[in-house]
Write a protein that binds this ligand. Structure first.
Ligand SMILES: [Zn+2]
Ligand SMILES: [Zn+2]
Length: 351
């Protein structure tokens, strides 16, 4: 099959690789119809998590809509022809963590993620789905390919983080990070709040898109963030910050603009082995509520995320800016990583 193989930082190459096969009776093989690239894939692409991407081997990609083409003998829920998606994490459905709904922490698979290490991801014509009955999902009717791709990671992650933030209508809220997941969270928040959320980022075109979706843009490089927050809250600080940047500086910024007792709900992905000095005194003295959801338990949230689309609460097209084919993925990845002007998210059509 054709696939895009990681060869080192900023180096993806199209290649012919062996087709995946049924290796276990619980496997399913899915033909990829469309995929994409997530902000967290950039850590691997840019060489920031070198232990998780093997040059010459790793096929990235944890977002997918596809069609089942083969099933193992013990698979009960799927048949060839089924239209499916999967959550980014591989979960068995039966271990102690899966039983608690903590599917991102599956004990059987060791928190396996598609496109990480040796488990091939969705940037190829076919992908092997282990423990398929445990986590593969049928795509509900009324969900187009682009929207279905969002069900693997971005949209349920946004939903989980916004739910964990527990906002109330009168709250003053900021979204830190206006990438695709941040923009989806923004769409959720506008319906739950009386006043527009502030959106903090440093990329002008991303802030423009946030403004078009009902947010109040704040450029962290050119605006005085402190003054903006003081004006919005009478000097009190924010009730809630939802964060999707996954950088230590963003954590510090977010926790510095909360009022005492404020809620930090994080969806950003922090790199393995990130050590960062932070002020426990600040967190303590302000009774901050720190709720991390970056290794999101997406599976239990997929059905609710799908309803957000079919009910018209979230517009998937608002986060897609580019449509390309599989062979163009290496250049698309470079544009995504480089934040080329106007580049939010790509839909990569494969079949
Ligand atoms: Zn993702
Ligand atoms: Zn499990």
């Amino acid at each position: 099959m054709r696939a895009i193989v990681y060869h080192g930082p900023y180096d993806l190459r199209s290649a012919d690789v062996p087709d995946p096969t049924i290796e276990s009776s619980r496997d399913v093989i899915v033909a990829t119809v469309a995929t994409s690239m997530c902000g967290s894939d950039l850590y691997l692409y840019q060489g920031e998590m070198p232990d998780l991407a093997i040059p010459g081997t790793t096929i990235l990609g944890h977002e997918i809509v596809g069609e089942v083409v083969a099933v193992g003998t013990d698979v009960e829920r799927f048949s060839p022809g089924d239209r499916v998606t999967f959550p980014f994490s591989v979960s068995c459905g039966t271990c102690a963590m899966c039983s608690l709904g903590l599917t991102g922490h599956c004990l059987t698979t060791g928190k396996a993620i598609y496109g990480f290490r040796g488990l091939a991801g969705s940037h190829g014509e076919f992908v092997r789905v282990p423990y398929a009955d445990g986590h593969l999902r049928h795509v509900p009717t009324g969900i187009d390919d682009a929207a279905a791709v969002l069900l693997s990671c971005n949209l349920p992650s946004a939903l989980i983080v916004v739910d964990a933030a527990d906002v109330h209508r009168g709250d003053t809220v900021a979204v830190v990070g206006a990438g695709p997941t941040g923009l989806l969270a923004l769409q959720l928040l506008t319906g739950r709040l009386d006043r527009p959320p502030l959106v903090l980022d440093r990329v002008p075109y991303r802030l423009d898109r946030a403004a078009a979706l009902g947010g109040t843009p704040v450029n962290v490089d050119t605006d005085s963030v402190r003054d903006v927050i003081d004006e919005a809250t009478g000097g009190l600080g924010l009730d809630v910050v939802v964060e999707f940047a996954g950088r230590p500086e963003a954590f510090d910024l977010a926790t510095s603009i909360l009022r005492p007792g404020g809620v930090f709900s994080g969806g950003g992905v922090y790199r393995v082995a990130t050590a960062h000095p932070t002020s426990l005194a600040l967190l303590f003295a302000n009774d901050l509520q720190i709720r991390l959801n970056g290794l999101a338990n997406v599976l239990p949230a997929i059905d609710r995320a799908a309803r957000l689309i079919t009910d018209g609460i979230v517009d998937p097209s608002a986060v897609f800016s580019h449509r390309i084919d599989l062979e163009s993925l290496p250049s698309g990845a470079a544009a995504f990583a480089g934040r080329d002007d106007g580049f939010h998210k790509m839909l990569v059509t494969v079949a």
